[in-house]
Design a protein around this ligand. Structure first.
Ligand code: ARG
Length: 579
């Protein structure tokens, strides 16, 4: 395991500098394989040792580096130690590198690879509540909701892999004036049949139509306000229609989430926090935090000087609550019900200010745990369109991804005979969507591009799937060759060493992702792994090689395949075995 070497090197440093071994762990990094040849495997950054107070921060850093390097003695595990520019490089024994990294594979422990690294010791374990997807019933499920869905799923998967107890929550936009319009409009434009057939589409159509009508028709507006008021007063007819809308749309969403491989432990929503939101108003009042504005609205002063130059509105002049009031109530009730140690919200960056205000007000109310709430934001997707037009429903995007992928697979001459080509095309299509989305920093906007994301050779989800399927097929074909043991000294070629060195970084990459919650580290690690695997396929044949060499190579391929599959699953991608 990677940690075996890290521990050994840390122990060596601990002895030499008479410190506890643990302090060296964060300063040690596996060296990224940039060019093909990389003589050393780990590096120690002297500036990190200085920052952490292990070495004096005065004096010439290079002198310190050279000094320390000369004190460290090589041994049978760490074969070479050399000073670089502010870093010390460590090269480990090649046979041990292969043995320690590859021995866990094929023993039922494949899924744990890298996950019990001591790097994770400093990460807080506990209950993490991740809120993601959170579409608005009756309104359009836009590209932002797709991003929130896959990003939140990734964060939840990552946290879970690292040993946290994760609660996955969907917070539906299931309350507000849109239901007034919908309720009023449904009587006029709605159709029960269509609602059963294609609920999201139909509700959206009704919503669009009634909105248009309301522009020039005061009666409709009045009816909408009326309906919403009935809802807020829990009048049974209005409530039962609302309930019907909610239930069928949730069912529909669940169907799409299933296709995406996403699930939720809890379907919550704004509607759950009506009454509590009113209480929040009272609490703020009694804490002296609620002020009345000139317009008669209830506001909280967020200006640094307390001069009302920046306020947040929590109550309308008629006393009704707003989006943020419900969010305050929801956060407090989640803390009470789920006792989370941290909570993560995933939405597009237009809501940054909203969450800034939310956390701020919670803190002002004395909820110190709001300091452990975090908003993960992301940029816009431009040009997400299906062939039929502009309106994007998630379902249509998934259908189109599947259709395009199926078409590409039919064109390709490497495509295998498949039991269920649609299912494979769906999984591969979705991985293409995910990788396109995860490659860059989440904050960046990007242009949605069907052709580019579906390329088989580029840095795409298709390439990840193709590599995985190819490895599976190699192992399948050589089932009889694989053995319980292998001779690690037979994996001495540079191509092998490169893959092994790359695998050494897996725990660091997960650590990095856990720190900043950005999937790009893991995506780029896996893409690079696939490029190395492609070279290995060319240069390290299994078929036709002597049995012991074939066995050792298969062990390498099997390890690479497991790490690839594990990483893909964390990203939210279901690896296919054949394509
Ligand atoms: N439904 C909201 C929207 O589509 C997103 C909800 C985000 N979560 C929250 N707790 N406010 O814009």
């Amino acid at each position: 395991m990677a940690c075996f070497f890290r521990k050994r090197i840390a122990a060596k440093l601990g002895r030499t500098l008479q410190q506890s071994d643990d302090v060296f762990i964060p300063a040690l990094a596996a060296i990224p394989v940039l060019k093909k040849q990389q003589p050393a495997d780990f590096k120690l950054s002297l500036s990190t040792l200085r920052i952490n107070g292990i070495l004096p921060s005065r004096g010439d850093i290079q002198l310190q580096t050279d000094n320390l390097a000369s004190q460290l003695k090589q041994d049978s595990v760490v074969e070479d130690i050399s000073a670089g520019c502010g870093v010390i490089n460590f090269k480990v024994n090649r046979r041990l590198l292969a043995e320690k990294l590859l021995e866990p594979f094929g023993k039922g422990e494949d899924e744990k690879f890298g996950l019990n690294s001591e790097l994770f010791n400093t990460l807080k374990k506990g209950t993490t509540l991740v809120e993601y997807s959170s579409p608005n019933i009756a309104k359009k499920f836009h590209a932002g909701h797709l991003r929130s869905t896959i990003i939140g799923n990734f964060i939840a998967n990552l946290k879970e892999s690292l040993g946290n107890n994760v609660i996955r929550m969907n917070y539906l936009g299931d309350w507000g004036m849109q239901f007034g319009l919908l309720g009023a409009g449904f009587g006029q434009f709605g159709c029960e049949e269509k609602l059963k057939e294609n609920p999201l589409q139909h509700l959206f159509e009704v919503y669009v139509q009634v909105n248009k009508e309301a522009e020039c028709n005061e009666d409709i507006k009045k009816a909408a306000r009326n309906f919403f008021k009935q809802l807020e007063q829990h009048e049974s007819q209005a409530v039962s229609l609302w309930q019907q809308f909610r239930e069928i749309t949730v069912k529909e969403y669940q169907h799409v989430y299933k296709r995406l491989g996403v699930h939720f432990d809890i379907y919550s929503g704004e509607s759950f926090h009506q009454a509590q939101a009113q209480e929040v108003g009272q609490q703020l009042q009694s804490q002296g935090l609620l002020k009345t504005s000139d317009k008669g609205t209830g506001v909280v002063d967020l200006s640094p000087d307390g001069d009302m130059s920046s306020v947040c509105t929590l109550l309308r002049s008629d006393g009704t609550t707003l989006y943020i009031t419900r969010d305050i109530a929801a956060a407090i009730s989640r803390k009470e019900n789920y006792c989370f140690d941290e909570m993560i919200y995933v939405t597009d960056k237009s809501q940054k200010h909203h969450f800034y205000q939310l956390f701020h007000i919670l803190l002002a109310m004395g909820h110190s745990w709001a300091g452990r709430c975090q908003h993960v934001s992301f940029g816009l997707v431009q040009g997400m369109k299906t062939r039929t037009g502009d309106v994007v429903f998630l379902e249509d995007v998934l259908d189109e991804a599947r259709m395009r992928m199926l078409h590409n697979m039919r064109q390709s001459n490497t495509t295998k005979e498949l039991e269920n080509p649609e299912d494979t095309a769906e999984k591969v299509g979705i991985s293409a969507l995910i990788v396109q989305d995860f490659k860059g920093p989440l904050q960046s906007d990007y242009k949605f591009d069907w052709d580019r994301m579906l390329q088989a050779q580029g840095d795409t989800g298709v390439f990840l799937q193709y590599t995985h399927a190819r490895l599976c097929s190699l192992m399948q074909r050589n089932k009889d060759v694989a053995a319980a043991t292998f001779d690690p000294s037979l994996l001495h070629e540079q191509t092998c060493v490169t893959i092994l060195q790359h695998l050494l970084r897996y725990d660091e990459v997960l650590y990095q992702s856990a720190q900043d919650l950005q999937p790009k580290h893991l995506v780029n690690f896996l893409l690079k792994l696939c490029h190395f695997i492609a070279s290995a396929h060319r240069e390290l044949p299994v078929k036709g090689s002597p049995l012991d060499i074939a066995q050792a190579r298969l062990q390498l391929f099997s390890g690479a395949c497991s790490v690839l599959a594990n990483g893909m699953r964390i990203l939210g991608i279901t690896p296919v075995n054949k394509m």
